[in-house]
Design a protein around this ligand. Structure first.
Ligand SMILES: [Zn+2]
Length: 268
Protein backbone atom coordinates (compact mmCIF):
# COMPACT_ATOMS: atom_id res chain seq x y z
CA UNK A 1 0.00 0.00 0.00
CA UNK A 2 1.88 3.07 -1.25
CA UNK A 3 -0.10 5.47 0.99
CA UNK A 4 0.93 3.68 4.14
CA UNK A 5 4.50 3.58 3.06
CA UNK A 6 4.60 7.34 2.51
CA UNK A 7 3.04 7.83 5.94
CA UNK A 8 5.60 5.70 7.71
CA UNK A 9 8.40 7.43 5.82
CA UNK A 10 7.22 10.81 7.04
CA UNK A 11 6.77 9.53 10.60
CA UNK A 12 10.32 8.27 10.44
CA UNK A 13 11.46 11.66 9.17
CA UNK A 14 9.69 13.31 12.10
CA UNK A 15 11.38 11.03 14.59
CA UNK A 16 14.76 11.71 13.06
CA UNK A 17 14.23 15.46 13.08
CA UNK A 18 12.58 15.49 16.50
CA UNK A 19 14.48 17.67 18.95
CA UNK A 20 14.07 19.22 22.35
CA UNK A 21 14.88 22.88 22.61
CA UNK A 22 14.64 25.55 25.27
CA UNK A 23 12.84 28.83 24.66
CA UNK A 24 14.33 32.21 25.71
CA UNK A 25 12.34 32.11 28.96
CA UNK A 26 13.52 28.57 29.76
CA UNK A 27 10.40 26.75 28.58
CA UNK A 28 10.97 23.26 27.11
CA UNK A 29 10.03 23.09 23.44
CA UNK A 30 9.47 20.06 21.27
CA UNK A 31 10.37 21.00 17.72
CA UNK A 32 10.47 18.59 14.83
CA UNK A 33 9.65 20.94 11.99
CA UNK A 34 12.57 21.75 9.75
CA UNK A 35 13.65 25.39 10.06
CA UNK A 36 14.83 25.42 6.43
CA UNK A 37 11.49 24.16 5.17
CA UNK A 38 9.50 26.59 7.33
CA UNK A 39 11.66 29.48 6.19
CA UNK A 40 11.14 28.52 2.55
CA UNK A 41 7.36 28.37 3.09
CA UNK A 42 7.42 31.68 4.92
CA UNK A 43 9.41 33.35 2.15
CA UNK A 44 6.82 32.11 -0.35
CA UNK A 45 3.82 33.29 1.70
CA UNK A 46 5.50 36.64 2.39
CA UNK A 47 6.18 37.18 -1.32
CA UNK A 48 2.56 36.27 -2.05
CA UNK A 49 1.32 38.81 0.51
CA UNK A 50 3.55 41.53 -0.87
CA UNK A 51 2.26 40.81 -4.37
CA UNK A 52 -1.42 40.74 -3.40
CA UNK A 53 -1.65 43.50 -0.78
CA UNK A 54 -0.90 47.17 -1.38
CA UNK A 55 2.31 48.31 0.29
CA UNK A 56 2.53 51.67 2.00
CA UNK A 57 4.07 54.37 -0.19
CA UNK A 58 4.15 57.22 2.36
CA UNK A 59 7.90 57.67 2.83
CA UNK A 60 7.72 59.46 6.20
CA UNK A 61 5.67 56.66 7.78
CA UNK A 62 7.85 53.96 6.25
CA UNK A 63 10.98 55.66 7.62
CA UNK A 64 9.38 56.04 11.04
CA UNK A 65 8.45 52.34 11.34
CA UNK A 66 11.80 51.25 9.88
CA UNK A 67 13.64 53.47 12.38
CA UNK A 68 11.99 51.65 15.31
CA UNK A 69 12.48 48.19 13.77
CA UNK A 70 16.14 48.82 12.90
CA UNK A 71 16.94 50.06 16.40
CA UNK A 72 15.63 46.77 17.83
CA UNK A 73 17.15 44.43 15.23
CA UNK A 74 20.54 46.17 15.71
CA UNK A 75 20.57 44.93 19.32
CA UNK A 76 19.96 41.25 18.50
CA UNK A 77 22.70 38.81 19.34
CA UNK A 78 23.89 35.66 17.53
CA UNK A 79 22.34 33.68 15.99
CA UNK A 80 19.36 36.03 15.59
CA UNK A 81 21.42 38.92 14.19
CA UNK A 82 22.33 36.62 11.30
CA UNK A 83 18.75 36.20 10.10
CA UNK A 84 17.69 37.94 6.91
CA UNK A 85 15.25 40.32 8.62
CA UNK A 86 12.74 41.83 6.26
CA UNK A 87 9.74 44.02 6.94
CA UNK A 88 6.73 44.83 4.77
CA UNK A 89 4.37 47.67 5.68
CA UNK A 90 0.92 47.13 4.23
CA UNK A 91 -1.32 50.06 3.32
CA UNK A 92 -4.33 48.70 5.18
CA UNK A 93 -6.27 49.84 8.20
CA UNK A 94 -6.19 46.53 10.08
CA UNK A 95 -4.65 46.98 13.53
CA UNK A 96 -2.29 44.10 13.07
CA UNK A 97 1.22 42.83 12.64
CA UNK A 98 2.71 39.38 12.19
CA UNK A 99 5.97 37.46 12.17
CA UNK A 100 7.11 34.52 10.11
CA UNK A 101 10.09 32.15 10.37
CA UNK A 102 13.35 33.46 8.97
CA UNK A 103 12.69 37.04 10.12
CA UNK A 104 9.80 38.19 7.94
CA UNK A 105 7.76 40.84 9.74
CA UNK A 106 4.54 42.34 8.42
CA UNK A 107 3.01 45.51 9.81
CA UNK A 108 -0.32 47.00 8.78
CA UNK A 109 -0.57 50.79 8.69
CA UNK A 110 -3.59 50.55 11.01
CA UNK A 111 -1.29 49.47 13.87
CA UNK A 112 -0.40 53.15 14.29
CA UNK A 113 -3.90 53.75 15.65
CA UNK A 114 -2.99 51.62 18.66
CA UNK A 115 0.78 52.26 18.75
CA UNK A 116 0.75 55.99 19.28
CA UNK A 117 4.45 56.79 19.73
CA UNK A 118 7.85 55.22 19.05
CA UNK A 119 7.93 53.36 22.38
CA UNK A 120 4.50 51.80 21.87
CA UNK A 121 5.45 50.83 18.32
CA UNK A 122 8.66 49.30 19.68
CA UNK A 123 6.52 47.13 21.98
CA UNK A 124 4.65 45.75 18.93
CA UNK A 125 7.79 45.16 16.87
CA UNK A 126 9.73 43.70 19.82
CA UNK A 127 6.84 41.28 20.38
CA UNK A 128 6.84 40.18 16.72
CA UNK A 129 10.62 39.76 16.61
CA UNK A 130 10.40 37.65 19.77
CA UNK A 131 7.95 35.28 18.05
CA UNK A 132 10.67 34.68 15.44
CA UNK A 133 13.66 34.32 17.78
CA UNK A 134 11.71 32.01 20.12
CA UNK A 135 10.88 29.80 17.10
CA UNK A 136 7.17 29.89 17.85
CA UNK A 137 6.22 28.99 14.29
CA UNK A 138 8.39 25.88 14.32
CA UNK A 139 6.85 24.89 17.63
CA UNK A 140 3.37 25.54 16.29
CA UNK A 141 4.01 23.65 13.05
CA UNK A 142 5.20 20.70 15.13
CA UNK A 143 1.98 20.82 17.12
CA UNK A 144 -0.09 21.00 13.95
CA UNK A 145 1.50 17.79 12.76
CA UNK A 146 0.76 15.96 16.01
CA UNK A 147 -2.74 17.21 16.82
CA UNK A 148 -4.22 18.43 13.55
CA UNK A 149 -5.34 21.59 15.33
CA UNK A 150 -4.17 23.60 12.32
CA UNK A 151 -7.19 22.71 10.24
CA UNK A 152 -9.57 23.96 12.89
CA UNK A 153 -7.76 27.23 13.36
CA UNK A 154 -7.42 27.80 9.64
CA UNK A 155 -11.16 27.31 9.35
CA UNK A 156 -11.71 30.08 11.90
CA UNK A 157 -9.56 32.40 9.83
CA UNK A 158 -11.34 31.46 6.63
CA UNK A 159 -14.77 31.74 8.22
CA UNK A 160 -14.11 35.03 9.97
CA UNK A 161 -16.11 37.93 8.55
CA UNK A 162 -13.90 40.33 6.68
CA UNK A 163 -14.86 43.59 5.12
CA UNK A 164 -13.76 45.25 1.88
CA UNK A 165 -10.74 47.25 2.99
CA UNK A 166 -8.82 44.38 4.52
CA UNK A 167 -10.01 41.58 2.26
CA UNK A 168 -6.84 41.12 0.25
CA UNK A 169 -4.77 41.02 3.41
CA UNK A 170 -7.02 38.35 4.87
CA UNK A 171 -6.84 36.36 1.66
CA UNK A 172 -3.09 36.45 1.84
CA UNK A 173 -3.14 35.54 5.53
CA UNK A 174 -5.36 32.60 4.66
CA UNK A 175 -2.86 31.49 2.06
CA UNK A 176 -0.28 31.53 4.85
CA UNK A 177 -2.64 29.65 7.15
CA UNK A 178 -3.01 26.86 4.64
CA UNK A 179 0.76 26.52 4.63
CA UNK A 180 0.66 26.16 8.41
CA UNK A 181 2.79 29.22 9.12
CA UNK A 182 0.22 31.92 9.78
CA UNK A 183 -1.91 30.31 12.46
CA UNK A 184 -2.44 32.20 15.70
CA UNK A 185 0.07 31.56 18.46
CA UNK A 186 -1.09 30.12 21.77
CA UNK A 187 -1.25 32.00 25.05
CA UNK A 188 2.04 30.69 26.38
CA UNK A 189 3.78 31.84 23.22
CA UNK A 190 2.06 35.22 23.37
CA UNK A 191 3.14 35.74 26.98
CA UNK A 192 6.66 34.73 26.08
CA UNK A 193 6.73 37.13 23.10
CA UNK A 194 5.57 39.90 25.46
CA UNK A 195 8.36 39.20 27.98
CA UNK A 196 11.14 38.77 25.43
CA UNK A 197 9.82 41.68 23.36
CA UNK A 198 10.02 43.91 26.42
CA UNK A 199 13.68 42.99 26.81
CA UNK A 200 14.39 43.69 23.13
CA UNK A 201 12.76 47.12 23.16
CA UNK A 202 14.49 48.06 26.41
CA UNK A 203 17.94 47.04 25.11
CA UNK A 204 17.36 49.37 22.15
CA UNK A 205 16.53 52.25 24.49
CA UNK A 206 12.73 52.27 24.14
CA UNK A 207 10.74 52.74 27.34
CA UNK A 208 9.23 49.35 28.26
CA UNK A 209 6.47 51.05 30.29
CA UNK A 210 4.91 52.08 26.95
CA UNK A 211 3.78 48.46 26.56
CA UNK A 212 0.92 49.10 29.01
CA UNK A 213 -0.84 51.91 27.12
CA UNK A 214 -0.11 50.00 23.89
CA UNK A 215 -2.04 46.91 24.99
CA UNK A 216 -4.78 49.08 26.48
CA UNK A 217 -5.16 50.83 23.11
CA UNK A 218 -5.04 47.49 21.34
CA UNK A 219 -7.86 46.09 23.47
CA UNK A 220 -9.95 49.20 22.89
CA UNK A 221 -9.33 49.50 19.14
CA UNK A 222 -9.35 45.89 18.21
CA UNK A 223 -12.68 44.45 19.26
CA UNK A 224 -13.46 41.45 17.10
CA UNK A 225 -9.86 41.62 16.01
CA UNK A 226 -7.90 39.95 13.25
CA UNK A 227 -5.49 36.98 13.42
CA UNK A 228 -2.31 37.85 15.33
CA UNK A 229 -4.22 39.65 18.06
CA UNK A 230 -6.99 37.08 18.16
CA UNK A 231 -8.67 35.38 21.10
CA UNK A 232 -5.64 33.21 21.85
CA UNK A 233 -4.03 36.29 23.33
CA UNK A 234 -4.06 36.64 27.08
CA UNK A 235 -6.83 38.92 28.32
CA UNK A 236 -5.56 42.48 28.34
CA UNK A 237 -5.68 42.65 32.16
CA UNK A 238 -3.62 39.51 32.60
CA UNK A 239 -1.25 40.65 29.92
CA UNK A 240 -0.75 44.04 31.55
CA UNK A 241 -0.22 42.47 35.00
CA UNK A 242 2.45 40.26 33.49
CA UNK A 243 4.16 43.16 31.72
CA UNK A 244 4.23 45.24 34.90
CA UNK A 245 5.77 42.29 36.78
CA UNK A 246 8.68 42.42 34.28
CA UNK A 247 9.36 46.13 34.64
CA UNK A 248 12.10 45.61 37.25
CA UNK A 249 14.42 43.84 34.84
CA UNK A 250 13.34 45.65 31.68
CA UNK A 251 13.72 49.11 33.21
CA UNK A 252 17.23 48.17 34.27
CA UNK A 253 18.05 47.29 30.63
CA UNK A 254 16.34 50.49 29.47
CA UNK A 255 18.39 52.65 31.86
CA UNK A 256 21.60 50.92 30.78
CA UNK A 257 20.75 51.48 27.11
CA UNK A 258 19.96 55.15 27.72
CA UNK A 259 23.20 55.57 29.69
CA UNK A 260 25.09 54.00 26.76
CA UNK A 261 23.64 56.67 24.48
CA UNK A 262 20.96 54.49 22.89
CA UNK A 263 18.19 57.05 22.67
CA UNK A 264 16.16 56.37 19.55
CA UNK A 265 14.47 59.40 18.09
CA UNK A 266 12.07 58.01 15.51
CA UNK A 267 9.74 60.73 14.32
CA UNK A 268 6.64 60.32 12.28
ZN1 LIG B 1 1.84 37.70 19.23
Amino acid sequence: MPGFRILSMSLLALLVLSACATSPTGRKQVIFASDAELEAQAAQAFAQMKASTPLLTDRATIDYIACVANAIVDELEPPHDGLNWEMAIFDEDAINAFAMPGGKIGVFKGILKAAQDQDQLAAVIGHEIAHVTARHSAERASRVVTTGVGIQVAAILLGGGHSGATYTAYEALNAGASLGIMLPFNRGQESEADIVGLEYMARAGFDPRASVPLWQNMAKENEGGPPEFLSTHPSSERRIDQLVSQFGSSLKLYNEAQAAGKRPNCQR
